[in-house]
Design a binder for this molecule. Structure first.
Ligand code: DSN
Length: 477
């Protein structure tokens, strides 16, 4: 198999290089760079060669707006096979009544979910007419009323600096403009979700949509409790599980921690801990299925059939016991990483983790998130800066660095390697000095890394990376 994969990529790069050699070169260089760095971005992973190869085919050339068996274009019989199989695998993997595998990204999946909730729950006689194809009966005044009804709904989601996502009602995002929004945060003392506070806010605000899920919260969520809150106030519970879908698929999050049976609608990406192709998906209870199905062309462009095919392959991989072992290791490794920091006196938001994320508060090193992110990159450690709750440095400079274990766990890193990663990160940050502005104030961006630190850390990282090579059998000729 290794030689087949090596030949496939070697030959593909030759073909690409014969047309635009710089793209072939950049593709080779990207592999070399990914192989040579510690990838700790919590939302990234390394998809399998089978998933990657599935994306490079002529399915890319086919338009297929609509749904399986109901397309706006002729000749979609093979796309139908692909989409039906991807959806079937997704339903089985997540125990979902309905799966829509067309969204191109997580934001697209969330837009489809918003659309379906509005279409399903806004009580308007005009809406009924619109859905029943009597669109021509609507006057301009009717449309104005409909716009008003659609545009005056309420959404309650987790704030960005507490760990929520832009699309959970963050004001600058369209979700914070199309809805009247309010945000819930975390307990200022513990950094943990306070369900009583969420419930109190929901009772007062009475949202149509309660959004749960996160991009930077290092803890599990009790989705049964979130559903109770939603039911009490008559809200739809929408869970965005983009970050932890792999832990759900791998049966690490079960019972009340599994969002799918509790949420009316669950959205996800497919490329983070789930380790599939870059894309999105919506899982829904039956009552929302028909409206979710209208995602394309209501809010989505034509489906990416080559990516849907790769989703089917990734879901087939995620059904295996080896994927379940991987998912458990992702969570175990996050604990090892957190313990590695705590034993070296670093500060973590919430004091630890029980998912795949560790959120390091870098103010104790006298740095902003931006300075820490840049210094770490100089030493070959790829992370992203991230807000911490009530962040004094705002969303651009931030006070934190978000770290995740999915990618390096795919490479085979375990407890000892993640302890070493914590040691290397602490070494870099302890040896980074905050710069000053021209006016002599502390800078939020400039920094100076101590002499020799980057080389020393890179050499130690190389030992870990060499022990756990990325795509070990893949040799480009
Ligand atoms: N970009 C994704 C993440 O890093 O969490 C969310 O959009």
């Amino acid at each position: 198999m290794d030689s087949l994969i090596s030949n496939a990529y070697t030959q593909a790069l030759e073909v690409i290089g014969s047309v635009e050699p710089r793209i072939a070169d950049a593709t080779r260089q990207e592999l070399a760079d990914q192989r040579a760095s510690l990838k700790l971005i919590a939302s990234e992973n390394y998809a399998s060669p089978a998933v990657l190869l599935t994306m490079g085919t002529w399915f890319s050339d086919k338009y297929a707006e609509g749904t399986v068996g109901h397309r706006f274009y002729a000749g979609c019989q093979n796309v139908d096979t692909v989409e039906a199989l991807a959806a079937e695998h997704a339903r089985e993997l997540f125990g979902a009544p309905y799966a829509y595998v067309q969204p191109h990204s997580g934001i697209d999946a969330n837009l489809v979910a918003f659309w379906s909730i509005l279409a399903n729950r806004v009580e308007s006689p005009y809406l009924q007419k619109m859905q029943s194809k009597n669109v021509s009966e609507l006057s301009e005044a009717d449309w104005e009323t409909l716009r008003h009804e659609f545009g005056n709904q309420r959404l309650l989601g987790m704030s960005l600096d507490a760990g929520g996502h832009l699309t959970h009602g963050f004001r600058p995002n369209i979700s914070g403009k199309m809805f009247h929004q309010q945000q819930y945060g975390t307990d200022p003392e513990t950094g943990l979700l306070d369900y009583d506070a969420v419930a109190a806010k929901a009772r007062e605000f009475k949202p149509l949509v309660l959004v749960a899920g996160y991009s930077a919260y290092p803890r599990r969520v009790d989705f049964a409790k979130m559903r109770e809150i939603a039911d009490e106030v008559g809200a739809v519970l929408m869970v965005d599980m983009a970050h932890f879908a792999g832990l759900v698929a791998g049966k690490v999050f079960t019972g009340d921690e599994d969002p799918v049976p509790h949420a009316h609608i669950t959205t996800t990406t497919t490329h983070k801990s789930l380790r599939g192709p870059r894309g999105g998906m919506v899982l829904a209870q039956e009552e929302f299925a028909a409206d979710v199905d209208r995602g394309c062309p209501m809010v989505l462009g034509g489906p990416l059939s080559h990516v849907m095919a790769a989703k089917a392959v990734a879901f087939a991989e995620a059904r295996t016991s080896s994927f379940q072992a991987y998912a458990q290791m992702v969570a175990d490794n996050a604990k090892s990483l957190a313990e590695g920091f705590l034993s070296r006196d670093a500060t973590l938001v919430t004091g630890g983790t029980d998912n795949h994320i560790v959120l390091l508060d870098v103010t104790s090193f006298g740095l902003t998130g931006r300075q820490a992110e840049s210094a770490l990159l100089d030493a070959g450690i790829v992370t992203n800066r991230n807000s911490v709750p009530a962040d004094p440095n705002g969303a651009w400079y931030t006070s934190g660095v978000r770290l995740g274990t999915p990618a390096l766990t795919t490479r085979g890193f375990g407890h000892d390697e993640f302890d070493k990663v914590a040691e290397l990160i602490v070494e870099v940050l302890s040896n980074t000095e905050r710069g000053t502005t021209k006016a002599g104030e502390p800078s939020k961006a400039s920094y100076a890394l101590g002499d020799g630190v980057a080389d020393r850390v890179k050499a130690q990282s190389a030992e870990l990376l060499d022990k756990h090579p990325l795509y070990p059998g893949l040799v480009l000729g």
